[in-house]
Design a protein around this ligand. Structure first.
Ligand code: C2E
Ligand code: MG
Ligand code: MG
Ligand code: MG
Length: 283
């Protein structure tokens, strides 16, 4: 039976505990192998800024390939990485390789783009996280404003004073901070007051449901209003159709991300994507 799982995760679990164990061990072995062989990959998904249609940031999304070069979804391997403790090594790999990519883009059309990485709650419990991120940026000669971090709502709800101080250090240094999958957690909203946040990324479920019924539409509007009242940038995830694009623009969202504009892509496809977009705008 499918176990309760995040919307992004493939339901891999069965009621048979042995299957679950095999799955867990297989994925753990896959991740260890990928770390040892340095065969993890980052894909990048552009984020569209509605103020002029430009792309000034992108999200880094981790990809892991199995023995037959088939991609295994992060919805599957991230929970396993968190459980097994491998998430810290994987998280460090993501920080290091996002910085390497940013450095490789210096001197190209992408030199000013910001890369937003996903952080797991487990990483935030590491007291050196902020120092480590800032040090890695400086080692690569990058400005902190070239990096962003995304934390899901459920992960930030439980943060303690020390973790808030770390996030504040990052934000003061210029790192962009977003709440990811906003609206799917136990949002009391009060926690937003205490957190150093720049953006809300509204979970794609809200957009998809809002197209179908009025009360979900009302909730989507309310979330956008809350974000704007708190002077946050509001981005909607999961825009797949022209109708959804029209809707999020009409509702006054600042930014959007979704398959309509671009799927996550390997780094070497980003320059071509951006060049096509600029041409489209100039025509
Ligand atoms: P997320 O951070 O909310 O990332 C957005 C997910 O939505 C990505 O799935 C992306 O491919 C997908 N997506 C983007 N546009 C659309 C759309 O228009 N329609 C639909 N249906 N989906 C869209 P992906 O890459 O499979 O990642 C799933 C989740 O895995 C991410 O959700 C994030 O929570 C986690 N993840 C990915 N990379 C990392 C990482 O480096 N570290 C950590 N800790 N978690 C990661
Ligand atoms: Mg994210
Ligand atoms: Mg999200
Ligand atoms: Mg998600």
């Amino acid at each position: 039976q499918a176990k309760e799982s995040g919307e992004n995760s493939i339901c891999f679990y069965t009621s048979d505990i042995n299957d679950r164990l095999v799955h867990y061990q297989e994925v753990t072995a896959l991740l260890r192998g990928a770390l040892a062989a340095d065969s993890l990959q980052l894909y990048f998904q552009p984020q569209i800024d509605f103020k002029d249609g430009g792309v000034y940031s992108c999200e880094a999304l981790l990809r892991c390939f199995d023995g037959r070069s088939q991609p295994v979804s992060p919805g599957v391997f991230i929970p396993v990485a968190e459980k097994s403790g491998l998430i810290n090594r994987i998280g460090d790999w993501v920080i290091e390789n996002s910085c390497r990519q940013l450095k490789a883009w210096q001197g190209t059309a992408l030199e000013h783009i910001r890369v937003d990485i996903n952080l797991s709650g487990r990483q935030l419990t590491n007291q050196n996280l902020a120092d480590h991120i800032l040090q890695t940026l400086s080692d690569h000669g990058l400005s902190p404003s070239q990096l962003g971090v995304e934390l899901t709502e459920n992960e930030v709800i439980g943060v303690d004073g020390e973790q808030i101080r770390q996030l504040k250090r990052l934000k003061q240094a210029g790192v962009h901070i977003s709440i990811d999958d906003f609206g799917t957690g136990y949002s009391s909203l009060v926690y937003l007051r205490n957190l150093p946040v720049c953006s809300l990324k509204i979970d794609r479920g809200f957009l998809h449901h809002a197209m179908e019924n009025d009360s979900d539409m009302a909730i989507l509007k309310a979330i956008i209003t809350v974000g704007h009242c708190l002077s946050l940038t509001v981005l909607v995830e999961g825009v797949e159709t022209v109708e959804q694009d029209r809707l999020v623009k009409d509702l006054g969202c600042d930014m959007a991300q979704g398959f309509l504009y671009a799927r996550p892509m390997p780094a070497n496809e980003m320059p071509g994507f951006l060049a096509d977009r600029v041409q489209l705008k100039e025509r």
